[in-house]
Write a protein that binds this ligand. Structure first.
Ligand SMILES: N[C@@H](CCC(=O)N[C@@H](CS)C(=O)NCC(=O)O)C(=O)O
Length: 252
C-alpha cells in the first residue's frame, strides 16, 4: 500500500516536472525549479501562496537512498541552472529570462507580489528584517549541530545544540523582537500594517524549520510575543494555510 502511494506520488511529481520542462520559455506563468524538498525554495513558494500567483512548481526528484537526482544532473547538463552557478533554485520568468540565487528570487517575488512596501526605503527596511532572519539561520548552521555536520562527535553536537537553543538563539530573537516597535504599526506585522517579505522570513524561521528542531525553536522563541504573532498571522493567511495543507510531504 505504501509503495503504491509512493508510486502515485512519484508519478504525479514526474508529471508536474514534465509539464514544467515542456512549457519552459513559452509559459505565461512563472516557473520555479528546485529539488523536491522545501529547502532554499520554500520561502519563494510561500511568498507565491501569500501573493496568490499561480506558477509552475517544477521539482527535481531526489532518490531517498542515494540522495542523487538524475533530473537535477540533466538540468545542469542542459544549462538550465547556469544563472545559479549550476545549482538550484532558479526562477524562469514569463519572458524566458532566468533568475538564480534564492534570496534574489525571494526579493523579486516579494516586489512583484506587493510584499516589499511602497518606497525604496520601505523595501530596504523590509529586506533588513528578512536579513535578520537569515543571520539567525546562518548562526545556527555555523554552530554545527545538524546531522549533516561532519567532524564532530554526537556529544559535541549535543552540547552545541543546547548552547544554541537555550542561550544563543533566544538572545538573537530577543534583539529582533526589540527592533520591531521601530517598524511595525500593528501587531502581527513586522512592517506597517500589512504582510510583507519580512513576515514570511519570520514565519519560516519560527515555524518552518526542520521538524526535529521545531520544539526547541518554539521554546527558544516563547518570550517573543510580537514575532510569534507575525508567524501566526502568516500561517493563518488563507493562501498560505491552503499551501501548507496541500504542499508535498518531503524529507526536508
Ligand atoms: N546561494 C545559492 C545557493 C544554492 C545552492 O547551494 N543550492 C543547492 C541546493 S540548496 C544545490 O543546488 N546543491 C546541489 C549542487 O550544488 O550540486 C542560493 O541561495 O540559491
Amino acid at each position: 500500500m505504501k509503495s503504491i502511494a509512493l508510486l502515485i506520488l512519484t508519478n504525479s511529481l514526474c508529471a508536474t516536472f514534465a509539464l514544467a520542462i515542456n512549457s519552459a520559455g513559452s509559459s505565461a506563468k512563472l516557473q520555479l525549479k528546485y529539488f523536491d524538498i522545501r529547502g532554499a525554495a520554500e520561502t519563494c513558494r510561500v511568498l507565491l501562496a501569500l501573493g496568490g500567483e499561480e506558477y509552475v512548481d517544477a521539482r527535481y526528484e531526489i532518490d531517498q537512498a542515494t540522495f542523487q537526482s538524475p533530473e537535477f544532473l540533466e538540468a545542469k547538463e542542459n544549462g538550465d541552472l547556469k544563472m545559479n552557478l549550476n545549482r538550484a533554485p532558479v526562477l524562469v520568468i514569463p519572458d524566458g529570462r532566468v533568475i538564480g540565487q534564492s534570496k534574489a528570487i525571494e526579493r523579486y517575488l516579494a516586489r512583484r507580489l506587493g510584499l516589499m512596501g511602497k518606497t525604496p526605503e520601505d523595501e530596504a527596511i523590509i529586506d533588513c528584517i528578512a536579513e535578520h532572519c537569515r543571520d539567525v539561520k546562518d548562526a545556527a548552521a555555523r554552530k554545527g549541530f545538524s546531522r549533516f555536520t561532519k567532524g564532530k562527535t554526537d556529544e559535541e553536537k549535543a552540547i552545541a545544540r543546547s548552547e544554541w537553543f537555550e542561550t544563543e538563539m533566544p538572545s538573537m530573537l530577543d534583539k529582533i523582537e526589540a527592533s520591531l516597535p521601530e517598524t511595525s504599526r500593528s501587531p502581527g506585522f513586522s512592517f506597517g500594517d500589512a504582510p510583507t517579505y519580512g513576515d514570511v522570513a519570520i514565519w519560516a524561521l519560527l515555524r518552518d524549520c526542520a521538524p526535529a528542531d521545531l520544539d526547541d525553536t518554539t521554546k527558544a522563541s516563547e518570550k517573543c510575543i510580537a514575532l510569534n504573532a507575525i508567524a501566526d498571522q502568516i500561517a493563518s493567511n488563507p493562501g498560505v494555510s491552503k499551501w501548507l495543507k496541500e504542499r508535498p510531504e518531503t524529507m526536508f
